[in-house]
Design a protein around this ligand. Structure first.
Ligand SMILES: NC(=O)c1ccc[n+]([C@@H]2O[C@H](COP(=O)([O-])OP(=O)(O)OC[C@H]3O[C@@H](n4cnc5c(N)ncnc54)[C@H](O)[C@@H]3O)[C@@H](O)[C@H]2O)c1
Length: 278
């Protein structure tokens, strides 16, 4: 397949390009030049004229660019609309012009706050654009709603703490995207959304007791890490965030690999080797 990845210089886009390398022909696009081994098409997606040629000769589009949670205080409603909504509309126009019928479109769990938040609202409109292009133009689209996979530079502790709250490892988001692409291609998905988060072993009772004894609950599932939890002053949420991934697992075959337990195991390794964690 010849796959167009928009936002190929970003966190998810670059992870995808890396993961797909060697298995598919890639066409990468971003608004700044990338030194890529693949065909590169520079375009500012806020411009219809620049976006229209992008899908030429491609079979599949993975559309990633958006201002997101991190940009809330620095980007205006206008800027969110121009990239997240206009950019999405433009890429659909490009898909139509070049007869590309298959797409993964990256939304966000922030869509749940769409009524009051410019980011969530832009994803809400974006998902409706996906629905429109499916119903009217018969595109097949997997819409992914990831939790927070923002990289926090070298702050490995923050990465770990986030895996008990609203975080998911970027590698699992990349994996979910690859699976979603397969399901669109094999016809299992017509147009549907999927939440992408991390896995957890916690029962309802664990969650209820977590606030009073977080280390005790953690010890139950991942024993032997209390010393590290104290040493690195790991902060716990009042209760771990439990996400329902049933549909995502059933349809995509999604099986997230990274969670608080894998974080603790890696922290042990880093500690042994005296590697920096912040
Ligand atoms: N990062 C997260 O934690 C998170 C969580 C949930 C959903 N999402 C969604 O996932 C998607 C990818 O997020 P990410 O973290 O990889 O984003 P990112 O900010 O790392 O990358 C976005 C890319 O889009 C490009 N871009 C920006 N403006 C552009 C324009 N005008 N024209 C063309 N390209 C432009 C940027 O240069 C960048 O390479 C987004 O749609 C985001 O809303 C992200």
């Amino acid at each position: 397949m010849r796959i167009l990845i928009t936002g190929a210089g970003g966190s998810l886009g670059s992870g995808l390009a890396e993961a797909l390398e060697g298995t598919h022909e890639l066409v990468l696009s971003d608004c700044f030049d990338l030194s890529a081994r693949h065909e590169f098409r520079r375009a500012d997606l806020r411009s219809l004229d620049q976006t229209l040629p992008l899908a030429r000769g491609c079979d599949f589009i993975v559309h990633t660019p958006a201002w997101h949670g991190l940009h809330g205080s620095i980007k205006s409603e206008v800027e969110y609309w121009q990239l997240n909504v206009d950019g999405t509309f433009h890429i659909f126009q490009s898909a139509l012009q070049h007869n590309v019928r298959s797409m993964v479109w990256i939304s966000s769990v922030s869509i749940s706050g769409w009524e009051r938040d410019k980011y969530g609202f832009s994803k809400f409109i974006g998902e409706h654009l996906c629905g429109y292009y499916h119903r009217v133009h018969h595109l097949r689209i997997a819409i992914l709603r990831p939790w927070d996979f923002t990289p926090f530079g070298n702050d490995f502790i923050r990465y770990g703490e986030r895996l008990l709250a609203g975080g998911v490892d970027r590698r699992d988001v990349v994996g979910a995207t690859l699976r979603a692409m397969d399901r669109v291609v094999d016809g299992a998905i017509e147009c549907d959304w999927f939440e992408i988060g991390k896995d957890h072993p916690f029962t309802e009772q664990d969650c209820a007791q977590f606030k009073d004894d977080p280390k005790g609950i953690i010890e139950k599932y991942w024993p032997g890490y209390s010393d590290l939890i104290d040493k690195y002053h790991i902060r716990f949420p009042e209760k771990p965030l439990v996400i329902d991934l049933k549909k995502t697992k059933e349809v995509l075959g999604y099986s997230p690999q990274y969670h608080f337990g894998t974080f603790l195991a890696e922290l042990r390794e880093r500690d042994r080797k005296a590697l920096p964690v912040r």
